[in-house]
Design a protein around this ligand. Structure first.
Ligand SMILES: Nc1ncnc2c1ncn2[C@@H]1O[C@H](COP(=O)(O)OP(=O)(O)OP(=O)(O)O)[C@@H](O)[C@H]1O
Length: 351
């Protein structure tokens, strides 16, 4: 069945992290509830992959599963493989020991969450966080602090001022940039960013996104960027993966998704999300609500809200369809999506 869903493999180009049939299960309301349902996707070396979906759709679960960091008592199954840059042995991430995971999580793959204030210890200076992280991973602290200064400068921060401050003494944008610098101090290859700009105003969000693009190029990073804001990430990401109710709905290049989506949910999402360039009267909220993980419908999870849904959508899991090169949609009616959910292309100007 899975072979059929991922015909030809979900992705083919040089992966740095390969997720296959990844599920996360919790016991909710006395039943096994999938909060990530059979997700297969590659994070390709050197790309920015935007993962987009409404609140509660499973975005954080996907990022957490990629570094085997799902909170107890959640159970992660499937396969997550990390391919080191130097052509070293592939790493079976879900099989790493606690000690190896600790190394993997900062030195190979690092994570940045939204709201830097809650990520920093309020009683420790920013310098303390850098020093502690370096020491905990047996890095040369002096050399590491040089790198910290460099990173802070790259993020347009005054290194001495920021290092001597406590997080609450910095503005939201400054502390979020300091957190990004901290996540890079052990020279990881991959940055998983979970709504890293969500708590900031729109202009600060845009300025951090443009800094991210610079940092990515300078340090040769691969970035997975999680957001509920499709137009925001469409201008930054190379590819976009759309999650709906714990499943992937569509994956494609940013241009394909923003301008030529072949999934009714993606198209509805593009209409529903406010962005700087679109007139607010063009926004249309998606009717209905997403399912609770303990009560996910059979068939396509989006069917109860979908204008195109037919009987088979309510009964069967839609197969992946390769709609064009690099663009796949999990929809029985992918070729009708454009007519059913028309969308004004000018509304997403950056992609
Ligand atoms: N510790 C937990 N125990 C049980 N269920 C959980 C737990 N953490 C999250 N969930 C459920 O898993 C589902 C996916 O959560 P996840 O945090 O991945 O969503 P998300 O798309 O990142 O949402 P948001 O944008 O609000 O952060 C949600 O329905 C949530 O209620």
């Amino acid at each position: 069945m899975q072979e059929q869903r991922t015909q030809g493999g979900p992705d083919s180009a040089d992966p740095i992290i390969e997720a296959r049939n990844v599920c996360v299960t919790y016991d909710l309301e006395h039943r096994d509830a999938m909060v990530l349902d059979d997700v297969s996707i590659d994070l390709r070396r050197g790309e920015i992959l935007g993962v987009v979906g409404e609140s509660g759709s499973g975005k954080s679960m996907l990022a957490n599963a990629m570094m085997d960091a799902v909170e107890e008592p959640g159970i992660t199954t499937g396969e997550v493989t990390y391919y080191p840059e130097d052509g070293g042995e592939p790493v079976d991430v879900l099989d790493l020991s606690t000690e190896d995971l600790k190394e993997f999580r900062w030195e190979e793959v690092s994570m940045v969450f939204q709201g830097a204030l809650s990520s920093f210890n309020p009683t420790m200076s920013i310098r303390g966080h850098f020093e502690e992280t370096l020491a905990a991973h047996d890095y040369d602290v002096e050399e590491g602090m040089e790198r910290a200064r460099q990173l802070l400068g790259d993020l347009y921060l005054d290194p001495d001022r920021v290092l001597d401050s406590y997080a609450h003494e910095l503005s939201g944008g400054m502390s979020q940039r300091a957190l990004i610098a901290l996540s890079l101090v052990l020279e990881p290859q991959v940055l998983l960013m979970d709504e890293p700009t969500a708590a900031l105003d729109l202009l600060m969000q845009r300025s951090i996104l443009s800094l991210l693009a610079d940092i990515k190029a300078k340090y040769d990073l691969t970035i997975l960027f999680i957001t509920h804001d499709l137009p925001l990430v469409a201008g930054l990401a190379d590819r976009l993966a759309i999650l709906y109710a714990f499943e992937l709905a569509e994956v494609g290049t940013a241009t394909q998704i923003a301008h030529d989506s072949k999934h009714p949910y993606t198209r509805a999402l593009l209409q529903a999300v406010p962005n700087l360039d679109a007139p607010t009267d063009s926004m249309r909220p998606i009717e209905g609500t997403a399912p609770n993980p303990a009560h996910v419908p059979d068939g396509c999870h989006y069917a109860p809200r979908c204008p195109l849904a037919t009987r088979e959508c309510h009964e069967e899991t839609p197969p992946w369809v390769d709609v064009e090169d690099d663009h796949r949609s999990a929809c029985f009616h992918y070729d009708e999506a454009e007519d059913a959910v028309p969308f004004d292309l000018s509304e997403v100007s950056d992609a």
